[in-house]
Design a protein around this ligand. Sequence first.
Ligand code: ADP
Ligand code: C5P
Ligand code: MG
Length: 210
Amino acid sequence: MGTVLDAATKDANGSLLTDKKVTVVFVLGGPGSGKGTQCANIVEHYGYTHLSAGDLLRAEIKSGSENGTMIQNMIKEGKIVPSEVTIKLLQRAMNESGNDKFLIDGFPRNEENRAAFELVTGMEPTFVLFFDCLEEEMERRLLSRNQGREDDNIETIRKRFRVYMESSLPVIEYYNSKGKVRKIDAAKPVEEVFEAVKEVFTPSNAEVAA
Ligand code: ADP
Ligand code: C5P
Ligand code: MG
């Protein structure tokens, strides 16, 4: 069986080509905007594999990897882990999944993430699902998330919001300028947000159905 990495081949000019059709949707939005919650719904209805960069990094800490301490420190400070580390985890998870449709949640988080992913995998997202939500609402949600996350405290949350504004929003703007952003009002109740998400994934939408 072919894998995502097998699909990346180089042409005579050395640029990356993908000969297997792999669908990648980036799922972006601020911390607490509901990315993970909605990805679970999308997986159930549309057969995607959900890969949360944050979840993969947290699993890497738990596995006792040599990068664990570095990752843990970055997460505590709300900083973005070097792309090399995160992309390796994403690639491994993509290959192990056996699927060819991926929701990549919480990635790319900055310009370095974005450019490195394109360079290393040769893939571009079909589109970017963007969960738009006011900071006050995201803060409320994070403070009551109760998943025992070390970064869901007010001090780290403020740092994460700052990183989001300074580093992640420009990536969303970049994809917006390419017409790839599908913006969702994420401040509504979960069910209503999912209704809007379904509009984006509906099979009549040619780019998804293809
Ligand atoms: P993200 O992955 O974007 O950080 P989550 O999906 O983990 O966000 O959601 C953060 C918290 O907010 C969770 O406790 C979740 O249950 C809750 N939540 C998610 N979506 C909504 C919503 N539309 N309205 C209210 N609470 C929500
Ligand atoms: O997306 P999530 O809220 O789970 O991310 C938690 C933390 O994981 C981020 O604040 C950041 O420290 C780290 N992360 C990262 N690079 C990514 C995604 C998450 O460094 N692309
Ligand atoms: Mg999440």
